[in-house]
Write a protein that binds this ligand. Structure first.
Ligand code: ZN
Length: 116
C-alpha cells in the first residue's frame, strides 16, 4: 500500500514542512501519536521519501539501565544544518545531566552581575 501526501510549508519562517498523516495510513502502519518517525529520501529534489518508525530499545544510552518501567528523559538536538544527535537517559543520568548543566552555568555566571 502507498499514499501520496503533500507537505505544507510551516509558514513560520523556519523552512520546516508539515506532513499530515491520514488516519488510515497510521492504522495500516501501526503508528500512533508520540511515535518517533525517521524520514529518508531526497525531498528537496522532488523525490520520494520513506518514513519508518524508529524502534527505540528501552535502555539508558549512558549507563544501560532499563527504562521500560520508569520512562526516560531525552536530550536532543536538531540543528538547522541537518545535524541531529540525542540521548535517551534513565532518571539518574537525566537528573545528573540537568543538575550538572545548571550548576556549571551558575558557576560560570556567578560573578557576572557583580561590580556593576
Ligand atoms: Zn543512565
Amino acid at each position: 500500500m502507498s499514499w501520496k501526501l503533500t507537505c505544507q510549508d510551516a509558514a513560520d519562517g523556519s523552512g520546516d514542512l508539515i506532513l499530515e498523516l491520514p488516519d488510515d495510513l497510521l492504522e495500516a502502519a501501526g503508528w500512533k501519536v508520540g511515535d518517533i518517525l525517521e524520514l529518508e529520501g531526497d525531498l528537496a529534489n522532488g523525490g520520494a521519501i520513506q518514513l519508518k518508525k524508529t524502534v527505540l530499545c528501552d535502555v539508558c544510552d549512558v549507563c544501560g539501565a532499563g527504562t521500560a518501567e520508569t520512562g526516560h528523559g531525552v536530550l536532543q538536538a536538531q540543528w538547522r544544518d541537518g545535524e541531529h544527535d540525542g540521548l535517551r537517559l534513565c532518571r539518574g543520568c537525566f537528573d545528573y545531566a540537568m543538575a550538572t548543566l545548571r550548576r556549571e552555568h551558575e558557576l560560570s555566571h556567578m560573578f557576572d552581575e557583580e561590580g556593576q
